[in-house]
Design a protein around this ligand. Structure first.
Ligand SMILES: [Zn+2]
Length: 73
């Protein structure tokens, strides 16, 4: 199963903004817009490679991180 990171936006920001403020990144399975921690994310939200997980470059949801670790080989 392919995992991806999906953005949760800060209050007042939305995917349609010119420069939306991302609050944290959640891990989703494939094209699912519900994060592994159970949070519903906007289907229009930005998606990034899960390779960013563990690099410390982006803020990532701790619940998703723990669940993702369990599914990673
Ligand atoms: Zn999460």
């Amino acid at each position: 199963m392919e995992h991806e990171l999906r953005a949760e936006y800060a209050d007042g920001s939305s995917p349609g903004d010119d420069d939306p403020s991302v609050k944290t990144w959640h891990v989703v399975r494939g094209a699912d817009s519900t994060a592994m921690c159970g949070r519903d994310l906007d289907p229009a939200s930005a998606v990034r490679s899960v390779d960013l997980w563990g690099t410390g470059k982006v803020p990532i949801c701790h619940s998703c991180g723990a669940l993702f670790l369990r599914e990673s080989p």
